[in-house]
Ligand binder design. Sequence first.
Ligand code: SF4
Length: 154
Amino acid sequence: MAKNKDKVRRFDKFIIGIKNTLTKLRGKKFPPQNILLLFSHCLQKSKCKNKITDELDNCKRCGACVVGSLLDLRDSTGIQCAIATGGRLAKDRAMSEDVKAIVAIACEQELSEGIMATFSKTVIAIPNQRPCGPCKDCNVELDCVVKAVNKLTK
Ligand code: SF4
């Protein structure tokens, strides 16, 4: 079983690596309003009571998790931003006409599934950090997100 899990993880990493390399080689740039920053719900502090799944701007940007900084990035660049609460919803948002490129933050498995479901789109996939284990109080290096957004922006 452990062997199978390991295989899946290597496959997911492979898909992420291929997609990120293709995006880099193509070097396409997009207006900020056509770039979607899509992140998984597990980035929100688990103790936070603000319902950001209903409305992202319910976040008070208190600094206890990275969500506030991602919203600051959205506001300073003019990109779109969305939280992924389920595979289908995330895919629908990513496939909308006005989204041409995506910076996605999630675990490797969700990223590789997302990449395969949105194959025609330009994607930079950033694996989250999981200091508390999967799906809870995850984090991401803000620098990597900023660099990814800058790389895609016209
Ligand atoms: S930055 Fe603060 S208010 Fe915003 S989601 Fe994180 S813990 Fe909640």
